[in-house]
Design a protein around this ligand. Structure first.
Ligand code: CP
Ligand code: NVA
Length: 305
């Protein structure tokens, strides 16, 4: 069987994505197997991380395996060793590679040259593991069977998270309405490919239009990792895009609020909303652990979906 990489969510079929969510929910509910007994995972980080690093490391441990932390800066990757050499060498030592980096094509190249599975743990373009955890959190609120019928509203930057939400909408069929300021729209190729594949997408510059009757309201920081120099300019561009109680009021009564974290209270979301009763941010963060265990089992070929 060919190795299973997870580079973007749109590479997954609907049954596989739903199967991963189902498995993650079972794991959260106490299902414990040492399915990755003796297996190893190299974790390459070229950017900072709290949730991704800890959830992958703990997840590998809980499944009976072991994860190795490799920062790009302290390895030869940071000194410019070719990605293809890194991929082939690591494949001789470990059973899988997880990578967080800037350039998406680097992850694609790593996967093409590795003989072990490669998991994308965030690039400038996408963040599939996070959106998978977000889908799990939405499934907990509305049921796995109900996911295709929800409306999701994305408010803010058309960034890596927004792009992965578009990929997810393409696979699962839910409605996705994105409100982004001019010049900060999601990746055009991802958007157009999803539309061509029947995704129910809508893009607007009005947060109110996007959030009206939404079941899930979600946002992210206005300046992602690597964009720190643009923070001031972005604060101006995103004026009016803060998720506050007035905006949440036009969502459905049952609507939940999600944020991948870290968050800037008072910028993209008010403290009242993110720390309020409709927020599911800590369940969402916890779900990284469960969904990643499901992804690891699937990628390592020990659990077939
Ligand atoms: N949401 C997320 O990926 O968090 P970290 O950057 O802490 O890993
Ligand atoms: N869009 C954010 C997500 C962090 C988890 C970033 O890339 O910094």
């Amino acid at each position: 069987m060919a190795k299973q990489d997870l580079i973007t969510l749109d590479q997954l079929s609907k049954p596989v994505l739903v199967g991963l969510l189902d498995r993650a929910i079972a794991m959260k509910n106490g299902h414990r197997d040492r399915t990755l007994d003796g297996k190893t995972l190299a974790m390459i980080f070229a950017k900072a991380s709290t949730r991704t690093r800890v959830s992958f490391e703990v997840g590998m441990f809980q499944l009976g395996g072991h994860a190795l932390m490799m920062s790009a800066q302290s390895s030869q990757i940071g000194r410019g060793e070719p990605v293809s050499d890194t991929a082939q060498v690591l494949s001789r030592y470990v059973d899988g590679i997880m990578i967080r980096t800037f350039c998406h094509d680097e992850v694609v190249e790593l996967a093409q040259n590795a003989t072990v599975p490669v998991i994308n743990a965030l690039t400038d373009l996408t963040h599939p593991c996070q959106v998978a955890a977000d889908l799990m959190t939405a499934a907990e609120a509305f049921g796995l069977d109900g996911l295709a019928d929800i409306k999701v509203a994305w408010v803010g930057d058309g960034n890596n998270m927004a792009n992965s939400w578009i990929n997810a909408a393409q696979v699962l069929g839910f409605e996705l309405s994105l409100a982004c300021p001019t010049g900060y729209e999601p990746d055009r190729a991802i958007f157009e490919r999803a539309q061509a594949n029947g995704a129910r997408l809508h893009i607007t510059q009005s947060p109110y239009e996007a959030v009206t009757y939404a079941d899930v309201v979600t946002t992210d920081v206005w300046a992602s990792m690597g964009q720190e120099d643009e923070a001031v300019q972005r604060q101006k561009a995103f004026d009016g895009f803060c998720v506050d109680d007035a905006l949440m009021a036009v969502a459905k009564k049952r609507a939940i609020f999600l944020h991948c974290l870290p968050a800037h209270r008072g910028e993209e979301v008010t403290a009242q909303v993110i720390d309020g009763p409709r927020s599911r941010i800590y369940d969402e963060a916890e779900n990284r652990l469960h969904i990643q265990k499901a992804i690891l089992e699937w990628a390592y070929g020990v659990h077939t979906i």
